[in-house]
Design a protein around this ligand. Structure first.
Ligand code: SF4
Length: 328
């Protein structure tokens, strides 16, 4: 990689944003960017594991949300060979104000992608894999069939790997789209609410808060054994009580696992950071969320949907077993 390109890449990574896109025009260019506090700083990715993971993804023609969303944790995750694969291409049909993934008209769905994902899982030796995708509003099923094909390929090739999917909202798509994914039985179904309902028109205008909530609720209703998970970004101008209300809404949809992390502005054209939430405030949010009954809560400035997902899956399973044993 040329020196200037490498610099731009590293800069983007330390400025990263939460995975998953939704929809909207980018915010107007903001004048000046807030300096990041010390607790946000991350190390540049230089390990052998990082290079090997990158090489494997390129050789299999796979996109990752770690790179496309310029995730700040890429150095740590890829050193451990934990990568989150982004299926259905690298181009999203929406353009959320917070998301760094490229927007435009996506290419045709790659029929080899499911086998390539399974090969990556085998080569990386993954016990737990997270699969996400861009929004594909151009496809009649929003890309649901490709999620099913990927799950089936993983079950065939690496049967001991547990599978977590992080899907779009499938807004305006037939209910059969989500039903087909649930029938393929991923271990964890994640869909991020991203922010409080008041901010949807500016941050996630292509999505609808209650439609996303209904998606989570319907997954649990269709198959209560699948763990459900959802995430929120902080620092976009949300109020504390609004966040508490979103937690209540998630619990009413029986969401098992809540993740919360700091929003970081990927470029000056994206929504600006209104606030850097302190680690102590994240701790307070986590305590409230636990009291509201989530099986598991991960809340810290650098928490992202797929950060430490394998370890968290094991914790979530243990928490469910303990709850069942206690008869709660
Ligand atoms: S936190 Fe998730 S998106 Fe970020 S580098 Fe790790 S696996 Fe990739």
């Amino acid at each position: 990689m040329a020196r200037r390109r490498l610099y731009r890449y590293l800069r983007a990574m330390t400025d990263a944003v939460s995975p998953i896109a939704a929809a909207a025009p980018l915010a107007p260019r903001t004048e000046g960017r807030q300096r990041k506090p010390d607790w946000i700083r991350v190390k540049a990715p230089t390990s052998v594991g990082f290079s090997e993971t990158r090489k494997l993804m390129r050789s299999l023609n796979l996109a990752t949300v770690c790179e496309e969303a310029a995730c700040p944790n890429i150095g740590e995750c890829w050193t451990k060979k934990h990568a989150t694969v982004m299926i259905l291409g690298d181009t999203c049909t929406r353009a959320c104000a917070f998301c760094n993934v490229k927007t435009g008209m996506p290419r045709a769905v790659d029929p080899l992608e499911p086998e390539h994902v399974a090969t990556a899982a085998a080569e990386l030796g993954l016990e737990h894999i997270v699969i996400t995708s861009v929004d594909r509003d151009d496809l009649p099923d929003g890309g649901a069939k490709q999620f099913v094909r990927v799950i089936e390929a993983l079950r065939r090739n690496t049967p001991s790997t547990t599978i977590e999917i992080l899907t779009p909202d499938f807004r305006n798509k037939p209910e059969a789209a989500v039903e087909a994914i649930v029938a393929a039985r991923p271990d964890v179904y994640n869909h991020n609410l991203e922010t409080v309902p008041r901010l949807y028109p500016t941050i996630r205008p292509g999505a609808r808060y209650y439609a996303s909530l209904r998606l989570l609720e319907s997954v649990k209703r269709l198959d209560p054994t699948i763990f459900t998970k959802s995430g929120l970004m902080t620092g976009l101008g949300e109020q504390r009580l609004e966040v508490h209300q979103v937690m209540d809404d998630m619990r009413s949809a029986d969401v098992d696992f809540l993740t919360m992390g700091q929003y970081l502005q990927p470029t000056p054209r994206h929504a600006k950071v209104e606030e850097f939430v302190t680690p102590q405030a994240f701790g307070a949010y986590a305590a409230i969320a636990r009291a509201k009954g989530f099986l598991l809560v991960a809340a810290s400035p650098l928490t992202r949907s797929s950060y430490h997902a394998g370890d968290d899956f094991a914790k979530m399973k243990a928490a469910r077993e303990a709850k069942l044993a206690a008869g709660r």
